[in-house]
Design a protein around this ligand. Structure first.
Ligand SMILES: [Zn+2]
Length: 158
């Protein structure tokens, strides 16, 4: 099943950059596209998609076609550019685990600005509902000072 993210998230033309691939997965090919997109933004001197901030949304869905490839480990390993023995960590049959894992792998990329927002969603094709698996947050905590501010804020509340 193909799911159109513009339809699911109500994205209007020009509001977002949408990169689609099988499974909605973070692959070397996807990362290359992200990198090219960043370069386009540098050359154009504007954030791709417009606006003042950038929010990466990893969106996958239930009953995705990629689950039908579970019996083709060689094909999947090539897609992800990993060894077949590492496929289990890609959770191709579990979209919630896959989204969480893909968000984590994006957070580990130093080239992505830490202040960008990232979130992970799963669209349930049976119910039409979007589940927030990873709530929106900065890709990386910006500084230790900010952490301390948050801690003291929490202690004041308590
Ligand atoms: Zn799909």
């Amino acid at each position: 099943m193909r799911v159109d993210p513009a339809h699911v998230l109500g994205i209007k033309p020009g509001e977002a950059v949408v990169i689609r691939n099988i499974g909605g997965r973070i692959t070397p090919g996807l990362l290359e596209q992200l990198s090219l997109l960043g370069r386009i933004g540098e050359v154009a001197k504007e954030i791709p998609g417009g606006g003042g901030e950038f929010h990466i949304i990893v969106l996958q869905h239930t009953d995705c076609g990629i689950t039908r490839l579970a019996g083709d480990p060689a094909m999947l390993a090539h897609y992800f550019q990993i060894q077949e023995g590492e496929l289990k960590q890609k959770a191709v049959t579990d979209p919630r685990a896959a989204v969480a894992g893909d968000v984590t792998s994006l957070q580990a990329i130093p080239a992505l600005p830490g202040e960008w927002l990232i979130s992970g969603l799963v669209y349930d094709v049976a119910t039409g509902l979007v589940e927030i698996v990873v709530p929106p947050a900065a890709i990386r905590t910006v500084s230790i000072a900010l952490d301390q501010g948050r801690s003291s804020g929490l202690s004041r509340v308590a």
